[in-house]
Unconditional design. Structure first.
Lengths: 219, 486
């Protein structure tokens, strides 16, 4: 809705910053802190998700809330972006690709989370979901700010916007429950992976590099 | 015109995808809604691509395997299950009936919604806070409505005209409540009702008719203060201020007080408080901590004679009655009191003071200085010390309170001019003590930080043997001419 409008405006504003040479070094200065903040945010969300998932899966009922529950991932479930990736492939990702993958994944996950049944469960569950979505949106914006402070372009829009309801919405309630389960599972996996992604990025943008650049520009 | 079956085929949206038979099996009925106690026969038909036979399948309901006796193969790839006397759904998202292959893999599932149609919501009760809004609560008709998700809608309209309005803000005062924040009319009654609906049906409550002015309540009274009445050991004085809305809406208020002893849960209610903003509680137990609450009921709104709705009780305020003289001096810790070192020191100091202040006028100033020093050191901690059980400490600054009629108490005989200061509690009341008050000792409490005052309380003029208390403050003053009492 209008949050996307605000978001795109913000991104447009941030994207224009690299064009000003004088600001380049302040962006580098900010990147390290932004990466740290993003890392912290993923840990916080991971913690929040544990409670949210527990409550939501109890609402779905057994067997969804059983610890070893492992339903098949049907073809339709592939719309949720998967965090699972080959180790060498993951290691070899450029900073840009790494950040872009995170950005795309969370944008879509946020979309699907928001579409979780509005009537679901108790008022408490709805409230928790709402709170989590706000935090997740904060993460998406945080990743965007890291990307622009490092001079990378944002991936085009919320890549492949979720198809209008009616075509990809689950054809029955049980399949919808399975979709919800996999959404939460992928969210969890992504948050685990992102912590490692941002940890890696942290090491690549050390503050020492920034001071050198400042001197080089004669500040 | 193409034949009908072909037409239907064209109309059904089936986006082609690789591995189009994404679903290994199909359950019928899919996501049915059922009444509690009814029966169900469900079938699981495996897709031909999966090469499974009926005997390779089994059912679970909410994660528990169903006995094989309930299942019957209906064909080479179809297994059925018969469920009877269904109980209400375990969760509102539906019971999970799942068809598994032999190795436990999930082939298909169906959500069973088992419950009851809603009954008419009952007990609609509404109140208006300061005539600005309306909050209503109700109760569901039956217990059974929690098995299925039941949607409640509160509707209201002005009697005789106006269209139906729907309340939007739910769950403001519990799960079955709604809040109407504005655009409420006075002087014309409203018709209010609640509609309950779930998968099995709809029910509408009876219509309740009310006038906003009849259901007005206010905030509880503010600034409730409870304090002792001089030295009276069986009375406490309660004071409060009326809620601010009183002025705005021209109503009068009547009040009610309830109080209880610290370690009891039984409240005593004082009903005939009228519209005063102060009251004296009498007949209390000496040396006891009481909790007091006040609430308010607006009446005479815009001149009407009807009463409104009692407000919530104010937050409990605590105070203690003075200890009885016959009891041993000092403050014995009661159940709720914490034994901090500070309190012990204070008690010891008071004990020492009582011991040494008898009939000793010239010590007054020295003691005063010592006390002053000590007080400054422990000022902060003292503020945290509770209100209870300090025999001479008042619970709230009562600078303007004069000692009331002391029924049964001898008036203090003062043989020295008293500086004009607000009286502190118990200052120099005991006839035998008045000498000790020589330098305005009794007034001291009134001039400093407001709260403490010293009244040797043990005995009336007959020195009691007191155990010596090892108080460090005692040492510098051991040169006093008076015999220590201990």
């Amino acid at each position: 809705g209008d949050s996307w409008g605000i978001f795109t405006f913000l991104c447009a504003a941030l994207c224009n910053l690299p064009a000003l040479p004088a600001l380049n070094c302040t962006e580098e200065l900010g990147a390290g802190q932004s990466i740290q903040k993003t890392y912290d945010l993923t840990r916080y969300l991971e913690h929040q998700l544990r409670t949210l998932a527990g409550t939501y899966l109890n609402y779905l009922g057994p067997p969804f809330n059983e610890p070893d529950f492992n339903p098949p991932r049907l073809a339709r479930a592939e719309r949720v972006p998967s965090a699972t990736v080959d180790l060498d492939l993951w290691r070899g990702l450029t900073d840009n690709a790494r950040l872009a993958a995170n950005y795309r994944a969370y944008s879509r996950l946020l979309c699907y989370l928001r579409a979780l049944d509005g009537q679901a469960g108790t008022a408490e569950l709805r409230h928790r979901l709402g709170h989590f979505c706000s935090s997740l949106q904060g993460l998406v914006l945080s990743i965007a700010s890291v990307m622009s402070s490092l001079g990378y372009p944002l991936p085009a829009g919320p890549a492949a916007p979720p198809a209008p309801p009616g075509t990809t919405v689950a054809p029955n309630d049980f399949l919808k429950k399975m979709d919800d389960f996999w959404l939460l599972k992928e969210l969890q996996t992504w948050l685990w992976r992102s912590a490692k992604d941002f940890n890696r990025l942290k090491k690549k943008v050390p503050p020492a590099v920034v001071t050198l650049r400042l001197e080089a520009r004669g500040f | 015109m193409p034949p009908l079956p072909l037409l239907l085929l064209l109309l059904c949206p089936r986006p082609p995808r690789a591995g189009a038979t994404a679903y290994p099996a199909v359950i019928s009925p899919q996501d049915p809604t059922l009444l509690i106690g009814s029966s169900l026969v469900a079938t699981c038909t495996v897709s031909p691509d999966f090469h499974l036979k009926a005997e390779d399948l089994y059912w679970t309901l909410n994660g528990r395997r169903l006995p094989a006796a309930l299942s019957t193969p209906l064909g080479p790839t179809t297994l059925s299950v018969a469920l009877t006397h269904l109980n209400g759904s375990k969760q509102q998202s539906g019971d999970n009936l799942v068809c598994h292959s032999r190795d436990g893999g999930i082939l298909a599932g169906s959500c069973l919604y088992v419950g009851l149609p809603p009954e008419k919501p009952v007990n609609i009760s509404c109140w208006s806070k300061n005539m600005k809004d309306l909050t209503c609560t109700w109760a569901p008709g039956t217990e059974g409505e929690t098995f299925l998700h039941t949607n409640y809608t509160l509707k209201y309209k002005l009697r005789w005209y106006g269209r139906d309005n729907t309340c939007q803000e739910y769950h403001t005062a519990g799960p079955y409540s709604c809040h109407i924040p504005k655009d409420l009319a006075l002087f014309t009654p409203y018709e209010i009702w609640v509609e309950a609906s779930n998968r099995l049906g709809v029910a509408v409550s009876d219509v309740v008719m009310l006038d906003i002015l009849d259901v007005v309540t206010t905030d509880p009274p503010l600034d409730v203060h409870v304090s002792r009445v001089g030295d009276l050991e069986d009375q406490l004085s309660v004071r409060w201020s009326s809620p601010p809305a009183l002025k705005d809406f021209l109503f009068q208020a009547k009040y009610q007080i309830q109080y209880r002893v610290e370690d009891s849960s039984e409240w005593k209610v004082v009903d005939d408080v009228g519209n005063q903003t102060s009251c004296r509680l009498a007949g209390l137990r000496p040396g006891t901590v009481y909790f007091v609450q006040v609430r308010c009921n607006p009446f005479g709104i815009y001149g009407s004679k009807k009463a409104g709705i009692w407000s919530d009780w104010s937050n409990p305020t605590a105070a203690s009655t003075p200890r009885s003289e016959r009891a041993a001096g000092g403050c014995d810790p009661k159940g709720g009191e914490q034994n901090t070192t500070l309190r012990r020191e204070l008690k010891q100091f008071f004990g020492w003071v009582k011991k040494h202040a008898y009939g000793c006028s010239n010590l007054g100033i020295k003691l005063y200085d010592q006390w002053r020093v000590w007080l400054q050191k422990s000022h902060k901690a003292r503020n945290q010390v509770g209100k209870e059980c300090f025999p001479a400490i008042s619970c709230s600054p009562r600078g303007s309170e004069r000692r009331q009629d002391e029924t049964g108490r001898p008036a203090p005989t003062r043989d020295h001019p008293r500086p004009p200061q607000p009286r502190r509690r118990g200052a120099g009341k005991r006839p035998g003590r008045s000498a000790a008050q020589g330098t305005g000792w009794g007034e001291v409490g009134g001039s400093w930080l407001g709260t403490p005052s010293f009244t040797p309380r043990s005995g009336e003029g007959s020195p009691q043997p007191r155990p010596a208390r090892g108080d460090p403050a005692a040492s510098p003053l051991h040169h006093q001419p008076e015999q220590p009492r201990g």
